[in-house]
Every structure is written in structure tokens, then in C-alpha cells.
Design a binder for this molecule. Structure first.
Ligand SMILES: NC(=O)c1ccc[n+]([C@@H]2O[C@H](COP(=O)([O-])OP(=O)(O)OC[C@H]3O[C@@H](n4cnc5c(N)ncnc54)[C@H](OP(=O)(O)O)[C@@H]3O)[C@@H](O)[C@H]2O)c1
Length: 303
């Protein structure tokens, strides 16, 4: 893939990591196709970027809309030779608490959505003589956490799909799929999430910046790698989950109550799962590295 004149599809470009990726790529001269569900937010993002960007609204679970979005890149730039997808929503609550339709859609976004993107992108990459897809996964693709079962199922499913995909394209020269697996990141995802747990979710420390994850995505676009974790505690958490499952299980239940579900009380809220919530989007969520929320005045542990 040429590093000089790339056209890159950025999925999830209106918020958090996807927005940070769009800014990084645009600043260095890449031509972008911006994808998310909310068209107005997409136009607002396109207007603030320094370089060319076409807007292509699509829900990744809609195969035809995804196909149209990728085709828009081919029409605008003559081809597409890179993509980063960050699209995802999440929900708090036990498997019994979360509405079935919400759980299903969260899994669909990760699994069907990623498959739809692969089906639309890979033929275009071949036409362009090569191309790289970067899928933003999660630490929660490799560990399980109570009250986040919908998200774990989504990310474990996506991981299986992407690892299979990596093997399917392995022998094709110039085609690559990389995974980036962040721990907690300072983005609006926590306030966008659905909740059926009686509380708004909070970012568990250590929290990294969206730019740090975006930089990892841009590096993988240049130099693909099977998988890259981003987060100082990720490998420790994965090791604990795999090597000491009984100890992990006892600790994680307490951690979820004390850290993940320490936010304000909330009634059931479908968040942005079925419909975008542009009013809750932005680059950051306001979390410090230590997991405190900056909401006017001193950062607070309890939101
Ligand atoms: N933030 C974290 O702590 C964290 C940690 C680990 C992994 N991650 C992963 O990082 C990625 C980005 O998360 P983020 O924190 O940047 O989230 P975010 O700020 O909530 O942004 C999510 C983006 O995805 C888009 N999106 C959501 N559902 C979509 C759908 N069905 N079709 C198309 N676009 C959709 C949203 O726009 P619309 O709503 O307009 O569609 C938005 O642009 C996700 O894959 C997430 O799982 C995040």
C-alpha cells in the first residue's frame, strides 16, 4: 500500500478513537471516507479536517449501506487502499438485565458489521494492488467481565472473525488485517453506552488518550501486525484471566462493583445502541489516567 497517496475509510469517525484517527490521517495528507450513522456529525467532522474527506453515512450492520460507503471512496478517489474501523456500542447490565434486542445489536455491530466491511473492502484492496484493514478490538476480547456480557460477546466474536480473516488473506500479497486492542480510553463511549445495571458506567484506570490509540492504528495501517495491545495493564489482566482464573473471577466481580459501576444512578437507557446520540459524541470523555471524571472543578472518582 502506498504511504504517499492513500485513500482510507475511517468507520466510527464521529467520536473518540475514530475521530482521533481521522484527524491524524488527514493531517498527514490522506484522503478520507468518513463513516458513521449520524450524517450531520459526519459533515461537522469533515468540515474541521485539513484534507479531503467525503461523508458516507452507514450503519455497519447494513451490508448495502456499507457497500455504498466504500463505493463512495472509489468514486471520489479512484480506489480505496486502507480502512480503520472503530464502530461499536456497548451496554452495562447482566445478560439477564440487558434487553435482548440491545445485546443482539451490539454483537451484530462487531461481528456482522466487521464482516460487511471486509466483504466491501477486500475486493477494492485487490483492485488497488493491496490494502490494509485495521480493526479496533478491545482488551475485553481476551478477558470476560460481569455486567459487560454483551460487549464481551461482541468483542470475542469479532476477534474470532478477524483472526480467521487474517489467515484467509495471509497468502495474498499486499492484503493485511490488523487488530488493535485498547484497555480503557478517554472517549465518550462510557456516556454513550446503554445501561440496565442501575448505574452509568465509568472508565476503569489506567485510562489512555484517544490519540495514543489512534497513533497505534496509523502505525498498523503503515506496518500491519496481527495484534497490538494499547494499555499499561492489558497483558497483566490477560495473564490473570488465563493463568489464575479462580483468583481473577473473585477479583473481577469486586472490581466491577467498585470501579466500573461507580457512576451515577440511572434508569434503563438504550444509549446509542439502536440510534446515534450525536449530542454525546466528541473526541474525549473527560477521564483522567487514574479514572477520575473531569466534570467542572476537580476531577472526581464518583461521577
Ligand atoms: N473507549 C474505550 O475505553 C475503549 C476501550 C477498548 C476498546 N474500545 C473500542 O474502540 C472503538 C472506538 O470506541 P470509542 O471509545 O471511540 O467509542 P465512541 O466514542 O462511542 O465512538 C463510536 C463511533 O462508532 C460509531 N458507531 C457506533 N455504532 C455504529 C454502527 N452501528 N455503524 C456505524 N458506526 C457506528 C459512532 O457514530 P454513530 O453513533 O453516529 O454511528 C462513533 O463514531 C470501539 O470498537 C470500542 O469497542 C474502546
Amino acid at each position: 500500500m502506498s504511504e504517499n497517496s492513500r485513500s482510507v475509510v475511517v468507520v466510527g469517525a464521529t467520536s473518540g478513537i475514530g475521530l482521533a484517527v481521522a484527524r491524524r490521517l488527514s493531517e498527514r495528507g490522506d484522503r478520507l471516507v468518513l463513516v458513521a450513522r449520524d450524517e450531520q456529525r459526519l459533515h461537522a467532522v469533515a468540515a474541521e479536517l485539513p484534507g479531503p474527506a467525503v461523508v458516507a453515512p452507514a450503519d455497519v450492520t447494513d451490508a448495502e449501506a456499507v457497500e455504498r460507503a466504500v463505493a463512495a471512496g472509489v468514486t471520489a478517489y479512484g480506489g480505496v487502499d486502507g480502512a480503520v474501523t472503530t464502530a461499536q456500542s456497548m451496554a452495562y447490565g447482566t445478560v439477564e438485565q440487558v434487553e435482548p434486542e440491545i445485546l443482539e445489536h451490539i454483537v451484530d455491530v462487531a461481528v456482522d458489521g466487521t464482516a460487511n466491511l471486509a466483504r466491501a473492502l477486500l475486493p477494492r484492496f485487490r483492485d488497488a494492488g493491496g490494502g490494509h484493514l485495521v480493526v479496533v478490538s478491545s482488551l475485553l476480547a481476551e478477558i470476560a467481565v460481569p455486567s459487560m456480557g454483551a460487549y464481551c460477546a461482541a468483542k470475542w466474536g469479532q476477534l474470532g472473525l478477524v483472526r480467521a480473516l487474517q489467515n484467509e488473506v495471509r497468502r495474498e500479497s499486499g492484503l493485511h488485517v490488523s487488530l488493535v486492542l485498547p484497555g480503557a480510553v478517554d472517549t465518550p463511549i462510557y456516556r454513550q453506552a446503554a445501561t440496565y445495571a442501575g448505574r452509568v458506567g465509568s472508565a476503569p484506570p489506567p485510562v489512555v488518550s484517544p490519540e495514543r490509540v489512534a497513533d497505534a492504528c496509523v502505525r498498523r495501517l503503515d506496518r500491519p501486525r496481527r495484534a497490538q495491545h494499547v494499555g499499561p495493564a492489558n497483558l497483566l489482566a490477560v495473564a490473570g484471566f488465563r493463568v489464575l482464573p479462580a483468583v481473577y473471577d473473585r477479583a473481577v466481580a469486586r472490581m466491577v462493583d467498585a470501579v466500573v459501576l461507580r457512576g451515577p444512578r440511572s434508569g434503563d437507557d438504550p444509549g446509542n445502541v439502536l440510534r446515534p446520540r450525536p449530542d454525546r459524541e466528541g473526541l474525549r470523555g473527560g477521564w483522567t489516567t487514574g479514572g477520575r471524571l473531569r466534570a467542572g472543578g476537580r476531577p472526581r472518582w464518583r461521577g
